[in-house]
Design a protein around this ligand. Structure first.
Ligand SMILES: C[S@@+](CC[C@H](N)C(=O)[O-])C[C@H]1O[C@@H](n2cnc3c(N)ncnc32)[C@H](O)[C@@H]1O
Length: 265
């Protein structure tokens, strides 16, 4: 029995199970298994689902938050509505999409009968949990895909962490390989518990792992204060000799799939 056949068979099994349980994607089982082990989402929570299309993780998040909670999903691709969730179509790295999320938080808009972001005890409501299954469009060149994915994860961390309540949780898909320690170390500066986890539902995709971060600290630890996750990732890659220090040269020497992505306005 070839490895490829076995992996395809496993994927089909999860796909069939997803269909029979009414989930839009087999990836729903990955979040279910993460939730079973780590209990990241609680009833009544406000959850942000990053890279949410077609909505499998959103469906699981809605199940977990219950009728008092609320889930916001964002993806480049439009998704069919999910009851109990607000689906946004946009690029999470773009300022315009980030503003839509911030507006939803700040203005306390009414979604499916719930008030999102309604201040509680005079305090702005923040997310209790960020769940991210974000994955770039794969080119098939592993080094390049993995590098783009890490940079995407760093951007998601930097945008969403200020919106996450102290004590809140964050889970993200991450591709194994060069630079991953830079992200893991950076997460450890910001959360009291950080762990890599491979749910059974993703074991057939050997390159992906989930970084589960629990209990956001009120402030990052001293070494990371005033630094972004993206900056710490760059520093790690420089220290490992994977990218060269930023210079006046237009393009740094690149020894793997990494390249510097210009910041978007
Ligand atoms: C593996 S899929 C997510 C599946 C989803 N968790 C589910 O259960 O239905 C990864 C998603 O990340 C999205 N994505 C990639 N880059 C993005 C970006 N910059 N902004 C928003 N979504 C992005 C892709 O469009 C894709 O739908």
């Amino acid at each position: 029995m070839s490895k490829r056949w076995f992996q395809a068979h496993q994927r089909d099994t999860w796909r069939r199970q997803a269909r029979s349980k009414g989930y839009r994607a087999r990836s729903a089982f990955k979040l279910k298994q993460i939730q079973e082990k780590f209990q990241l989402i609680r009833p009544g929570d406000l959850v942000l689902d990053v890279g949410s299309h077609p909505g499998g993780w959103t469906q699981v998040s809605v199940e977990e938050t219950g009728s008092d909670g609320l889930v916001i999903g964002i993806d480049l691709l439009a998704s069919a509505p999910v009851e109990g969730a607000q689906m946004i179509t946009g690029d999470v790295t773009e300022k315009s999409s980030q503003e839509v999320i911030l507006e939803l938080l700040q203005e306390g808009q009414k979604v499916d009968g719930n008030f999102l972001g309604e201040p509680k005890n005079g305090k702005q409501r923040l997310f209790n949990s960020i769940v991210s299954d974000i994955s770039p469009k794969l080119t098939g060149q592993y080094d390049r895909d993995q590098a783009i994915s890490l940079e995407l994860v760093a951007t998601v961390f930097d945008f969403t962490l200020p919106l996450l309540v102290p004590g809140g949780s964050f889970v993200t898909k991450i591709f194994q390989g060069t630079g991953i320690e830079g992200i893991v170390n950076s997460a450890k500066q910001r959360f009291s518990r950080v762990q890599r986890f491979s749910p059974d539902a993703s074991r057939n995709s050997s390159s992906e792992v989930f970084l589960v971060c629990k209990n956001k600290l009120p402030k990052p630890k001293r070494e990371s204060r005033g630094k972004s996750v993206a900056q710490e990732l760059d520093e790690h890659l420089e220290a490992e000799g994977i990218i060269q220090q930023k210079s006046t040269e237009p393009e740094p020497e690149v020894k793997s799939g990494f390249r510097r992505i210009p910041k978007k306005e």
